[in-house]
Design a protein around this ligand. Structure first.
Ligand code: FE2
Length: 393
């Protein structure tokens, strides 16, 4: 099929790399709050389980808001509307986001003028106007959202301009929503439970991998960030596979830095098929983002390997072999074995995925995820999507 205009414009982007925010690193949240002089006109969007151990005792005068007040899980149209009501636009000058991917994505919206309709905003029928400074502090090592220009939400699905009754995930994309500053505080990751840690770290590895394999959009500079991110994450996974989950604790600084590097890489080079196919899964069955990507990752790599085992995929296998201590021919299998030790892989049906979805999801991917599918390592098709969903079922 013909490429959509937005994907075509991404292909023409001549920028070698985009690192919009200034990046800081602090030992503790208190160090950050002192340096940035947090005060009354700052709204801090976070979770209560982060606030209590790291912020409560500081006695700051800022407006603290907990994301869970707006509903559980990933951002949705309803959640965003509730958030807008809870945080009046004239009540703050600066947005501080301390949390995982959902909080990162929500804070990007808080930095922008309020749209008349969240739905219209995500379907690109309302403009994005950034007005307030946004400071992003990631507390998972995954999304890389702190450096990217995308805010993802679960929205009411449309086909030919009409609501279908279903839901899907869509990314609102604009360079204006990239946070102005990023602060890395590895200390904040210490209380993150193991499972979300593991899923988000796998998501970061997938960002680095998809950017590395990006056939049209990667540059020498984005590749440098991809490779460094992959090396750091694979080394962390090698340690966890060998010594167990606690091995991550001394390595959290590397994980949070690697996921930032992966975010820088994919802002330029793009994510691809794994993310494109994972979006309807997350949208329909509310599978956590890292897990839905993970469920599809190795099958999609297998199909890439079947199509063109040399080229960039060959280089990817060399990196995996070097980091995990195996041969290049055994790299994809060793990667799967290592990931299985980091987080057991589940078939799609365990997330609620139904047999009829094998036929319907590829159509949603084709209709709504062109931005990602056009970035596939091999030319993609509805038939290949069906094959992946069927074999992961
Ligand atoms: Fe992701």
């Amino acid at each position: 099929m013909a490429m959509d205009a937005f994907s075509a414009s991404l292909m023409k982007d001549k920028r070698e790399i985009v690192i919009a925010p200034t990046i800081y690193k602090f030992e503790t949240f208190g160090d950050f709050a002192g340096e940035f002089k947090l005060g009354e006109r700052d709204v801090v969007l976070t979770n209560e389980f982060i606030y209590k151990p790291f912020m409560a005792e500081l006695g700051l005068k800022s407006q603290f808001v907990f994301q869970e007040k707006f509903g559980a899980g990933e951002p949705s149209e309803a959640m965003i509307e509730t958030m807008y009501e809870a945080i009046p636009y004239d009540s703050y000058d600066r947005v501080i986001a301390v949390g995982g991917g959902a909080i990162m994505d929500l804070c990007k919206l808080l930095g922008c003028k309020r749209p008349a309709s969240v739905h219209e905003l995500y379907f690109k029928r309302e403009p994005v106007v950034h007005e307030k400074e946004v400071i992003a502090i990631p507390t998972t090592c995954g999304t890389g959202s702190e450096v990217t220009n995308i805010s993802v939400a679960i929205v009411k699905d449309e086909k030919d301009g009409k609501l279908t009754g279903g839901e899907t995930k869509l990314g609102l994309v604009s360079d204006d929503i990239i946070p102005n500053k990023v602060c890395l505080v590895p200390d904040l990751l210490k209380t993150l439970p193991y499972k979300p840690f593991a899923a988000s770290a796998i998501d970061a590895l997938i960002h680095a991998t998809e950017s590395f394999l990006s056939p049209h959009r990667k540059t020498v500079t984005s590749e440098m960030f991809s490779v460094k991110a992959m090396e750091m994450i694979l080394e962390g996974f090698r340690r966890i596979a060998l010594e167990g989950p606690d091995a991550r604790i001394d390595y959290l600084g590397e994980f949070v830095t690697a996921s930032l590097f992966a975010g820088i890489a994919f802002l330029k080079a793009g994510c691809a098929t794994v993310h494109g196919m994972s979006f309807p899964l997350g949208g329909t069955y509310h599978v956590p983002h890292g897990e839905s990507n993970y469920a599809l990752f190795s099958k999609i790599l297998e199909l890439y390997d079947e199509y063109e085992p040399a080229g960039e995929l060959g280089k990817f296998k060399e990196i995996v072999a070097r980091c995990l201590g195996c041969t290049k021919d055994d790299a994809l299998r060793t990667l799967n074995v290592t990931l299985e030790k980091v987080l057991p892989l589940k078939p799609l049906h365990e997330y609620g995925f139904k047999e009829e979805d094998i036929k319907s999801f590829p159509l949603s991917v084709e209709a709504n995820q062109q931005r990602l599918i056009t970035n596939s390592y091999r030319p993609w098709s509805i038939e290949l999507s069906e094959r992946v969903y069927r074999e992961c079922f």
